[in-house]
Design a protein around this ligand. Structure first.
Ligand SMILES: *Cc1c(COP(=O)(O)O)cnc(C)c1O
Length: 370
């Protein structure tokens, strides 16, 4: 039985009529830039998360970028960045002219290692970007203590963790702001690129609202050098449909994750992802560590049975060609490089059937992980 890593059609098809109605609304309104659909989506996200400001943007990457623009982070500033994350986290730092300082991650949760971050914090360090990787918030108690000790701004990368909480508080609302992505593989996937910035800070929100529209306020008067970082009205209308199902999607992801974790215990050759007691994990990915050096063979075995898998991520960021001259913190990165050689994400998408779940587990058992 073929089991894809993700099946977007299975999620979208049952909502076809709702999507068409949303499209028709935008079509008839002729309001394609910002407007009522974007405002409504922003309001609904604010209500869902409990974070007062939700600002629709062009992508998750742009949300990270505009956050740093709004904080005037630039040349001469250092920003602490996990080495094991998607490129966009680090790329945004470099694009505002600041320096990413590589911080290692923890091998059990894959999230940032605050002990390593502390060693790498200096007088030029302005901010930290904790990534809630694969859907699990980092240790927020450590994050808050760390950021206040060193007086740092916090930009949460919530791209994979919309709906996650820590001690029942929403991810994206712990720091100065949180960057959300609606890339199609994320927990709410759009029909193209889209993103959003969450914040409790009124001043920051106001600045981001101006920056996303060329720094323009009022019309054709520019106090800031912004850009076009706007969320499309059509995208917002379609995402509003999916937002209604976020909790049910998350519950199904969590049930699939729990199934794997319970059934893959105790074999010793692969390690299941650790979860923190205070964290509500939303399982954008279910990522195991293959610690017997057989990841490539395992992937082939799964592919032969038509089971999808992916390596998020195959190369630690400090080893990427484009960061060859970005070396701050790089010499002590160990775990990130090791994870790049061990991790494998397996199907956890909400629409998976129990038979499909069993098939993935059986394939892992048949490979010797039983
Ligand atoms: C997807 C992702 C981003 C970027 O989001 P886009 O909307 O694709 O620009 C940033 N950080 C992480 C951790 C991501 O997974």
């Amino acid at each position: 039985m073929a089991v894809p890593l993700l099946d977007i059609a299975r999620q979208n098809k049952p909502l076809e009529n709702e999507f068409k109605a949303a499209f028709d609304r935008v079509f008839s309104s002729n309001a394609f830039i910002l407007g009522p659909e974007v405002a409504a989506f922003e309001r609904e996200i604010a209500e869902t998360t409990g974070i007062p400001h939700a600002i629709g943007l062009s992508s998750g990457t742009d949300a990270l970028l505009i956050a740093m623009m709004a904080m005037d982070i630039g040349p001469g500033d250092e920003v602490l960045c996990p080495a094991f994350t998607f490129f966009g986290t680090a790329g945004s730092i470099a694009r505002v002219g600041a320096t990413p300082v590589w911080v290692d991650v923890l091998e059990d949760t894959y999230n940032i290692d605050f002990d390593d971050a502390a060693r790498k914090t200096g007088p030029d360090t302005k901010a930290i970007i904790p990534v809630h990787l694969f859907g699990q918030p980092c240790d927020i108690d450590r994050l808050n203590a760390f950021a206040s000790q060193y007086d740092l701004r916090i930009i949460e990368d919530v791209a994979q963790a919309l709906g996650a909480t820590f001690d029942d508080q929403p991810a994206g609302g712990f720091g100065d702001c949180g960057a959300v992505s609606f890339y199609p593989t994320k927990n709410i996937g759009g029909f193209g690129d889209a993103g959003l910035l969450l914040t409790r800070n009124d001043e920051l929100a106001e600045k981001v609202l101006t920056l996303r529209n060329h720094g323009m306020e009022p019309k054709y008067y520019h106090s800031l050098i912004g850009g076009n970082f706007r969320l499309d009205a059509l995208q917002a209308a379609l995402l509003r449909v999916k937002l209604q199902y976020l909790n049910s999607y998350t519950e199904k992801r969590a049930a699939n994750a729990q199934f794997y974790t319970e059934n893959l215990k105790g074999h010793g050759l692969i390690v299941t992802p650790a979860t923190l007691d205070s964290a509500h994990h939303v399982w954008n990915q279910y990522t195991i560590r293959v610690i017997d050096g057989k990841r490539a063979a395992l992937r082939e075995h799964l592919a032969a049975r038509q089971i999808g898998s992916e390596i998020y991520y195959p190369l630690s960021l400090h080893e990427q060609v484009c960061f060859r001259k970005t070396v701050k913190g790089a010499d002590s990165i160990r775990v990130s490089s090791q994870l790049a050689n061990q991790v494998l994400s397996i199907p956890v998408f909400p629409e998976m059937t129990e038979a499909e779940r069993d098939e993935v587990l059986q394939a892992l058992w048949d490979f010797g992980y039983n």
